[in-house]
Design a binder for this molecule. Sequence first.
Ligand code: SR1
Ligand code: MG
Length: 402
Amino acid sequence: AKYFAFNAQHAIDYIKNLVKEEGYDFFQPDQTLTAYEFGDGNLNLVFRISDEQNNSVILKQALPYARCVGESWPLTLDRARIEAEVLVNHGAICPEHTANVLHYNPVSALTILEDLGHLQILRTAQINAEHFPLLGQHVARYLSYTGFYNSDFYLAAQDKKAKVTQFTNPELCQITEDLFFNDILREHERNNYPAQLQSTVSKLQSNAALHLAIAKLKAQFLSCPQTLLHGDMHSGSIFADQSTTKIIDPEFGFFGPIGFDIGSFIGNLLLNYCAQNARISEFVIRRNYHSHLLTCLQESYSLFEQQWLALIVKQSTDLNLQANGYAEHFMQQVLQDAIGYCGVELIRRTIGLAHVADIDGIEDEQARLDVQRHTLALGEQLVLNAHTCNNKEEFFSLLISQ
Ligand code: SR1
Ligand code: MG
């Protein structure tokens, strides 16, 4: 067998073969199947395959290049393995919030997943200002449990190192190293922002303190294998409704700093928060929605920290790491990292290659520019002041003061 990029008919034939020859029971063997491709992400093909009773599965296939750019940006197919294996790892720890992998084929670089189409992509729903009362709680649970059970607090040292090797993901990490940390601090052809922002961007890019703070964050990203991260915890990687939250798309997964995922998640809440200043014109509705987002943010961080601390006390296996005061010291560094990564996410989604629809979809140009200036200023302040936050309350005060 050899890799080739699927079309909808290939997806149907592949699934039919799995059902007929390999004993998979996604569909009855005699069903007529239909399929269509609907991937709108930056990298992959995504097909939905359904039968006549509307049972369905998702077939996701990696292309040998980045879809959003084209064949001029070759990209490893191994990202399909990383994604499937992170989902299996995280699903074993936190099945309630992890998309279920039904099948994985390394040669075709494809994964069959449960169809979560009855839920909404969080980004789309948040653009429409929908409230998700359990979101913060669910994300905190997913990140703290998958984080703790893949960390040195829990894993035997040799198992941890074997997993670090299993999840070494150099090409996808390189994308983050470039887009998230490098490009935003200099003129780069990949950057993407309107001419009206040039003076703001130039000022930001000439801030030496910002360069230093981002250097520290990047160094942590490069050489701090604390846990198996999702690696791309933006609002497009989350499916949700009022009672359920499911995480998808961890193809950027690798062992990195614990603060990265929670920081990215919070960064996306704040991007949406800022964008809603231009989207919701009615004051009371906007105030209520903003207050909902801040509650979600505070809940997600507070519960994330609380569950991490409880797991360290109850489940740590390493005797040295159980020393009095170490957990608090550790979590303070995680908090400061998270604030920093959150700030960088705000900046890079405003001026880097990969934007967010929350902002890009604002039709009025002046209103969009105001939001972009706001996200840049907030992002810069968070990165610069992260080290001053000794506890989460100081972080929440810092946010409210901006
Ligand atoms: C070329 S990939 C651009 C962005 O999309 C992914 O979802 C990651 O966020 C990456 O930075
Ligand atoms: Mg993705």
